[in-house]
Ligand binder design. Structure first.
Ligand code: BTN
Length: 264
């Protein structure tokens, strides 16, 4: 195990929970990085694809989906946690990759609070405000490994950030759970997300479909997609595709490059 440099993080407990299921797993906590996703993708390009949790107490160039930036104030025990930003990396070889980010979003929501909803494909919302986001990237698995190296980047607001410049109003977990700590939250979610990755590799998204739809933030709402499609959202199918009822019938939206906006 790689021990944490900054004190106070439950690295050993996380390692003990995960390593038996994921041999070679390490836990790494650093005070500052440009982005935990960028760092794991850099390492993967150098052939380093061992399973890892990488947490940075502060990111200077956090990235979101669709080329957006992910801004967060310093986090962690020393700063009493404004946000939690980490990435999980491991090699995975599922028969079908579709729906992975939805499965991760669902597990995160289940770990955090019963009232959290999921805005396709993988934003976590509470009362139409954004609580957390997920950025999934992949790279070659490296010599002697099958599948691909997947990097699952997770950003969770603990306190409510400033809404300036954001299209969706943000919310912090402490508005739902006043006592939410970065350390405990990390310990709750990392073993669960790791197990979700392993389950996904074995069974795909289909077993998650009903639970995702039960938390669907877009359920029966009129939506507009960035590619111009309009319609009413009707949940996801067994592959995680968003079903949109349009004037010309039911369309399946699969592209991660498409953003969805609730109309009106
Ligand atoms: C989104 O909502 O668009 C996704 C946000 C993902 C942010 C996390 S924070 C940890 C990891 N490192 C990054 O640079 N991004 C992800």
């Amino acid at each position: 195990m790689t021990m944490a440099t900054p004190a106070g993080w439950p690295c050993e407990a996380i390692w003990e929970a995960v390593a038996p299921r994921l041999p070679g797993f390490t836990v790494e906590v650093v005070p500052e990085l440009d982005s935990t996703n960028t760092e794991l993708m850099r390492r993967a390009r150098q052939g380093i694809t061992d399973p890892v949790l990488l947490l940075a107490e502060q990111q200077t160039a956090g990235r979101g989906r669709l080329g957006r930036r992910w801004l967060s104030a310093p986090q962690g025990p020393g700063h009493d946690g404004h946000a939690l930003t980490f990435s999980l990396g491991m090699c995975l070889d599922p028969a079908d990759w579709s729906g992975l980010s939805l499965a991760i979003g669902l597990k995160l929501a289940q770990c955090l609070h019963p009232e959290i909803t999921l805005k396709w494909p993988n934003d976590l919302w509470w009362q139409q405000r954004k609580l957390a986001g997920i950025l999934i990237e992949t790279s070659a698995a490296g010599a002697g490994r099958t599948g691909r190296f997947v990097v699952v980047g997770v950003g969770i607001n603990l306190t409510t950030p400033c809404a300036e410049g954001l299209t969706t109003r943000p919310v912090g977990l402490r508005e739902l759970r006043a006592d939410a700590l970065a350390t405990i939250t990390l310990l709750d979610v990392v073993p669960a997300l790791t197990q979700t990755l392993l389950d996904f590799e074995a069974h795909g998204f289909a077993p998650c479909q009903a639970a995702f739809n039960a938390r669907d933030a877009l359920h029966h709402l009129p939506v507009t997609l960035s590619d111009g499609l309009h319609g009413v959202a009707e949940g996801v199918d067994a592959t995680g595709a968003l079903r949109v009822r349009t004037t010309s019938g039911l369309q399946r939206v699969t592209s991660a490059e498409v953003s969805v906006r609730v109309c009106g």
